[in-house]
Structure formats: structure tokens, C-alpha cells
Design a protein around this ligand. Structure first.
Ligand SMILES: *Cc1c(COP(=O)(O)O)cnc(C)c1O
Length: 352
């Protein structure tokens, strides 16, 4: 608190990121990073860019990166916006496309950055309760609104919504922008990107942080009708013309082009997730069906806070949200096989 702060800053409730402890030998399963590391081609491209050319500003349009994203998805660069991590892309979408008179809608249990952006930009919102199985009910999004946003698969539940349900929400809200945050889509969900051609109110947001293991590079993008993209560009060019530096542009482009690394590592994560789900179910946990690189689970006889504490004593960090409806759940990132095995061994010991 300072008397020098603006009123806006006094009233903010900032997002709290998962902790990044600097301890050796930690099994870090709390922030949904990908344990397999980025494409070697991305690393080589970044190394090649560490040169005297860093004295020059990067391309404000990041055309090289957009071309690689366009090629991956089979769409036109005019339908792509790139930003400094998808968090920045989402922030611009809130200001450019979701700030209207009516409140926007998002699930009661979802990515906790959404209400933070609403606070920052002065956007009213209403939360829509997930059903008892923690699934989104598309029919609940048929009411007046200034926009709709949800992750698919949802976070932190991991539950995916089928494309038909997304289409129901889009068709029922032709006057609102529907933002589908597909941060985890590559781990098993059905992407809404093909719907962009038919729904001018759809914005799909992706990140290279999760399935391409580049959380440290900060690259995210949105795909939508050119009019929606133009709105995002207007905000970006009123905020920071160069959100992606030279390393991020070349590294991101190379990562998008390396389909072999992408497919191999995401399949490894999917296989480990399914193994972890089976093992934890065997230990008595209720595990929600996950299409993401994390699982969301509770144990009927063990308090989630106690479990998280006991895991931490064994150098394993998971995420526990002390929030209504989910205070008995742990969100556990899928790690390497060895990390998953260590987690299961620790849980077996704790539960015994
Ligand atoms: C991780 C995550 C993001 C942000 O990813 P960055 O690209 O690293 O900013 C956005 N949405 C959801 C739901 C996420 O889990």
C-alpha cells in the first residue's frame, strides 16, 4: 500500500502463479510444464539468433512465426495474432472483444486469471456453475452476455468439451465473442480451429508453453476471423509493438515446424497421464477424466491440504487451490515416467 498508487492499483487482485522454488532434486508437478523439453530445432534456432542483430528491433508483426503457425493449422496468417505468452493474448482479448455493457460469462471453476483480467479492465462477469461432474453444460450459456470464455479442456479440472457442444455455444451466441482457451488441447481434446471458418464470433487461443514445452520463451497465439484479429492488433499496437523478441520469433517458428518432436512428446505425456490415472484410481482416488497434461483428483479419506503437505515433505510439489467446491482436489502435472512413479510411491506410503 502506498499513497502513490493509483486507485486502479489499489483495487487490483493479482493472479498468483504457481510457485517456482529453486530447490535441487524437486519433483515439480505444480505448474503444468512439459517435462520433455523443447524441440532441439527450436533451441538451435534460438542459438542462431544470439547475434549482433539483437541490436535491432524484432519484426513487430512476427511474420515468420505467423507463417509457421499458419502452415501448422492450414489457415491464413490474417487469421492469426501472436503475443507474449497466451496470457498476453487473453489479456488483449478481454479488452478488445469482451469489454461490453453486459457481463461476460465463464465457469465457476476455471482458469483463475479470467477474473483478474476483469478486475484490471473493469469488465463485469458472472460465473456459470459446472455440473456435479465438473463438466460445462452448453445450455447454461444461453442468456444475455457481453462475451463468453472458457478453457477446453477446462483448467484445473482437465475435462474436455466435445466440438458439438462448443458449436452449440457459438450458434446460441451470434452477437458475442466466444473465446476458447485451448492451452491443453494437444493432449486429447478436439480443437475448435476448424470452426473459425464458419463462426466469425470464435476466437481460439493456443500456447507454446504446454504441448511444445516452451513456457520459458513466452509465445501464445489466437486464431479467429480477420476482424477479431484486427481488434487484438489495435490493442497490441496501443500497448507494446514488439511483444515477441527475436529469440521467441525464431524459436516459436521452429517449434511449430517440428511435428515429430511435438507428436512424440505429447503422446508420451498422454501415456503417462493414463498410467497415472489408473494407478491413482487404484489407490482410492477419484480422478476426473482428463484430456490435459495434468490430472485433478481427490481422495475420499485424505484431506487434500494434508496430502499436498506430505508430498512436499517428500520433495514433490503439486497444486492445491483453497477454493469452494475444489478444496479437496489436487491438480497434479504429468511428469516423466520416473516422476510419475515417484509420485505414486509417495502417495501409496502417505495413504497407508
Ligand atoms: C497455462 C495456461 C495459459 C497461459 O499460458 P502462457 O502461454 O504460458 O501464458 C492460458 N490458459 C490456461 C487455461 C492455462 O492453463
Amino acid at each position: 500500500m502506498s499513497r502513490y498508487w493509483s486507485e486502479v492499483v489499489h483495487n487490483l487482485t493479482p493472479y498468483v502463479p504457481g510457485e517456482q522454488p529453486k530447490l535441487p532434486d524437486l519433483i515439480k508437478l505444480n505448474t503444468n510444464e512439459n517435462p520433455y523439453g523443447p524441440s532441439p530445432r527450436a533451441l538451435a534456432a534460438i542459438q542462431g539468433e544470439v547475434a549482433d542483430t539483437l541490436k535491432l528491433y524484432p519484426d513487430p508483426n512476427a511474420d515468420l512465426l505467423k507463417a509457421a503457425i499458419a502452415d501448422f493449422h492450414g489457415i491464413a496468417p490474417a487469421n492469426i495474432f501472436v503475443g507474449n505468452g497466451s496470457d498476453e493474448v487473453l489479456a488483449h482479448a478481454f479488452l478488445a472483444l469482451l469489454k461490453h455493457t453486459n457481463p461476460i460469462l465463464f465457469p465457476d471453476i476455471t482458469y483463475s486469471f479470467y477474473p483478474v483480467y476483469c478486475g484490471l479492465y473493469g469488465i463485469d462477469y458472472e460465473t456459470v456453475a459446472l455440473d456435479d461432474g465438473f463438466a460445462i453444460r452448453p445450455e447454461d450459456y444461453r442468456r444475455p452476455n457481453g462475451g463468453i470464455i472458457f478453457p477446453n479442456p477446462n483448467a484445473p479440472t482437465g475435462r474436455a468439451l466435445p466440438l458439438a457442444a462448443i458449436e452449440t455455444i457459438l450458434a446460441g451466441n451470434p452477437d458475442s465473442v466466444v473465446v476458447v482457451d485451448e492451452a491443453y488441447i494437444d493432449f486429447g481434446g478436439e480443437t475448435a480451429v476448424p470452426l473459425v471458418a464458419r463462426y466469425p464470433n470464435l476466437l481460439v487461443v493456443h500456447t507454446l508453453s504446454k504441448s511444445r514445452s516452451l513456457a520459458g520463451l513466452r509465445v501464445g497465439y489466437a486464431i479467429g476471423h480477420a476482424d477479431l484479429i484486427q481488434a487484438l492488433v489495435r490493442v497490441k499496437d496501443s500497448f507494446n509493438s514488439y511483444p515477441l523478441d527475436r529469440l521467441a520469433i525464431v524459436g516459436g517458428a521452429a517449434a511449430m515446424a517440428d511435428r515429430e518432436h511435438f507428436d512424440r512428446t505429447r503422446q508420451a505425456v498422454i501415456a503417462s497421464r493414463d498410467w497415472l490415472t489408473a494407478e491413482m484410481s487404484g489407490l482410492g482416488f477419484d480422478v476426473l477424466p482428463s484430456a490435459a497434461n495434468f490430472i485433478f483428483a481427490r481422495h475420499p479419506e485424505h484431506d487434500a491440504g494434508e496430502l499436498a503437505k506430505a508430498l512436499r515433505e517428500r520433495s514433490i510439489i503439486v497444486r492445491h487451490f483453497r477454493l469452494p467446491r475444489i478444496e479437496q482436489f489436487l491438480r497434479i502435472t504429468v511428469g516423466t515416467d520416473a516422476q510419475c512413479q515417484a509420485l505414486v510411491a509417495a502417495l501409496r506410503e502417505i495413504a497407508a
